[in-house]
Design a binder for this molecule. Structure first.
Ligand code: SF4
Length: 256
């Protein structure tokens, strides 16, 4: 029987792995699914985390896995049948999004099948009872069982010297082009990563599906944000800052 922790690079799975190691719970592998949609800095942070986890638990394996195709390959796949025949897939629908199943679930399920008999640690926090209720029988949620909510996870990883500067820019981490992210997150993306934003605008022009499920295109959001820039003196960005992660404003590394 192998014990495997799923790692996303975010605060909850980081706290969970640190807790598992601290409590001396069995842990054979850590798995990270690389969707190809992480920010460059976040990829570096994940590499640093891999090194740090191995320092704390030298015999743990850290496995990077990948989906079969990239997001763009799926995005530009042409439908061969149905009423959208001849059209590309474009942006994923927000409910039942094709990206989550193809970029994350499928490669992870394949990996778990190859490993064989195992138990999985998943980073469900104490303030996520609905997710906890849906857990499969071979899954363990240490954070939930320890009563650690998202806030205590942040404080805990801070105490452990794990600080992720990406939380200065984003409330949550995930795929940079995720249509599910909040408007504040998209404002931050546009402001801090103009190249990625412009690439998304090009994809938006090609997509037969609107970026947001309510019919809003990215082009419309671009106009909205541009208008805000021209007319607003106070900006929106301070609400994006996650000050709890930082002891001082000078820190640039997640790890001491
Ligand atoms: S984070 Fe967003 S873009 Fe990434 S797989 Fe999930 S729903 Fe899709």
């Amino acid at each position: 029987m192998q014990y495997i922790a799923s790692f996303s690079g975010g605060k909850d799975s980081t706290a969970m792995i640190l807790k598992v190691i601290e409590l001396g719970l069995p842990l054979d592998r850590i798995v990270f699914c690389d969707t190809g949609l992480e920010f460059g800095e976040q990829r570096n942070i994940i590499r640093i985390a891999e090194r740090k986890f191995k320092e704390l638990k030298p015999n743990v394996e850290f496995n990077w896995i990948k989906p079969e195709k990239t997001f763009e390959e799926y995005f530009y796949t042409v439908n061969n049948t149905g009423k959208r025949k001849g059209q590309i897939w474009g942006w994923p629908f927000m409910i039942g999004a094709w990206c989550n199943s193809r970029l994350k679930l499928k490669p992870l399920n394949k990996y778990f099948k190859q490993v064989g008999d195992h138990k999985r640690y998943v980073g469900i926090a104490a303030d996520e009872p609905e997710r906890y209720k849906r857990l499969k029988s071979n899954c363990i949620a240490p954070l939930y069982l320890l009563g650690m909510n998202e806030c205590s996870c942040l404080n805990y990883i801070k105490e452990k010297g794990f600080r992720n500067p990406m939380y200065w820019k984003f409330e949550r981490l995930g795929c940079y082009l995720c249509p599910k992210q909040s408007l504040n997150s998209l404002r931050s993306l546009r402001r801090h990563y103009p190249d990625l934003w412009n690439k998304m605008l090009r994809m938006d022009r090609d997509s037969p599906v609107t970026f947001k499920a309510d019919g809003t295109t990215l082009e419309e959001l671009e106009k909205k944000f541009k208008y805000e820039d021209m007319n607003t003196v106070t900006n929106y960005y301070p609400v994006l800052v996650e000050p709890r992660l930082f002891a001082s404003t000078k820190q640039i590394s997640i790890f001491d």
